[in-house]
Design a protein around this ligand. Structure first.
Ligand SMILES: *Cc1c(COP(=O)(O)O)cnc(C)c1O
Length: 404
């Protein structure tokens, strides 16, 4: 079938549903799912050329797969980067970056409030390979600057952070990194390209857990690294063919279709999160609400500038109470009285999730570490989905209005 090529300059909403549709000879309207581990070659000569990379064409899914390639091209188009490489999970995206950008003797400066497994990967696993990481306060650009050493190769930020929604100033960190010839990577899993496109603000590498809001419906795990052709395609792509951190074609297809509704979901979830945050803020049993969309957030101005005027889907709040034990009991009461929200740690889903960070995602920290991180026993985290806002308020009111 002859393809009518897309015109240049299309906007993100159009790219999200139109970019990288590679139709087969059958002319299917929806993207085909190429669920195959290998590809048949027409003859030995052409097989030899393809395996030698002298001729384009698919050979084996660990090297490349059309469905995975569609996801990579569409994500890169939305992110505004030259290319993207898909990985099996968010953690394998971060591992891919670490194993290709870093080598023994290198030093990394990273935010101390990154995703728990990222802290573990950089803070302990990678030390066995001679890579050292200094963790700093994500909000304090001077702390990042002070931590830089002559062998620092990478700054790695995640913004906003989970669960307290602290921000990193991406443009400021990019300027700091580039003054010294250091790379800046940003984990954009929370925000998606709808809220912020870190590469447009100067980041060299954007990493994703596609499991979260990109996929949006809690079905599959996925990850990706976005950046330049020289780094992502040539260096990481080549490494991938040997390392096998690949995304399965089925999962790629699910996330690819998730990208089609991404902008609608992010805007609706962000608007609902703002309304819920405002409602929580005036509730007498809520001590404090953490949400970048609220004027009371310490980095509200930066958030509005950096995140397209939106706060995102994640809202955290401290339930009031006397001592730590009472605040914990109160938080549990609020969580356990919900009947609509799912009690689970996942986020970005169209179903609202509710969790108690101090006893789950941050349960392995010592009480002092938790206090330093600002994660109290009364803290509850919501990732707001697409339910009707009044049903969500009623779900939270059921517990908040019945506290002793
Ligand atoms: C979930 C998450 C990850 C890890 O992604 P997986 O897909 O679970 O491996 C990394 N970074 C952030 C910010 C996340 O929320």
């Amino acid at each position: 079938m002859t393809e009518r090529r897309l015109p240049e300059g299309l906007r993100p909403e159009t790219l999200a549903v139109r970019e990288a549709v590679a139709r087969s000879q059958w002319g299917e309207h929806s993207e085909a799912l190429y669920l195959t581990s290998s590809f048949v070659q027409s003859d030995s000569e052409s097989a030899a050329r393809r395996f030698a990379n002298e001729e384009p064409g698919y050979t084996y899914t660990r090297s490349a797969n059309p469905t995975v390639a569609s996801f990579e091209r569409r994500l890169a188009a939305l992110e505004g980067t030259e290319c993207a490489v898909a990985t099996s999970t968010g953690m394998s995206a971060i591992l891919l970056m670490a194993l290709t950008v870093l080598q023994s003797g290198d030093h990394v400066v990273a935010s101390q409030s990154m995703f728990g497994s990222t802290l573990k990967l950089l803070g302990s696993e990678m030390t066995r390979f001679g890579v050292e990481t200094t963790f700093v306060s994500q909000t304090d650009v001077q702390a990042w600057k002070d931590a830089i050493r002559p062998n620092t190769r990478l700054l790695f930020a995640e913004t906003p952070t989970n669960p307290l929604t602290d921000l990193c100033d991406i443009a400021a960190l990019a300027a700091l990194a580039h003054e010294r010839g250091i790379l800046l990577a940003v984990d954009n899993s929370f925000s998606s390209p709808v809220l912020q496109r870190p590469a447009q603000l100067g980041a060299d590498i954007v990493v994703y857990s596609g499991t979260k809001i990109l996929e949006g419906q809690g079905r599959v795990m996925a990850g990706a690294v976005c950046g330049t052709e020289a780094l992502v395609d040539k260096v990481m792509g080549t490494f991938m063919r040997s390392a096998g951190l690949n995304l399965s074609p089925f999962n790629a297809w699910v996330v690819l279709k998730g990208l089609e509704t991404l902008a609608l979901r992010v805007r609706a979830q962000s608007a609902a999160a703002l309304e819920l945050a405002q409602w929580l803020q005036q509730h007498p049993r809520v001590a404090r609400v953490h949400y970048p969309g609220l004027a009371s957030h310490p980095q509200h101005a930066l958030a509005m500038r950096q995140q397209s005027g939106m706060g995102g889907a994640v809202v955290a709040f401290d339930v009031a109470g006397g001592d730590a034990a009472e605040r914990r009991a109160n938080a549990f009461h609020v969580i356990d009285r919900t009947r609509v929200c799912s009690i689970t740690a996942n986020l970005g889903d169209v179903k609202t999730t509710i969790t108690h960070p101090a006893s789950t995602s941050h349960g392995r920290l010592s009480e002092e570490q938790r206090q330093a991180a600002g994660i109290g026993q009364g803290l509850v985290r919501l990732s707001v989905g697409l339910e009707h806002i009044e049903d969500l308020k009623a779900d939270l009111a059921r517990g908040l209005d019945t506290l002793a």
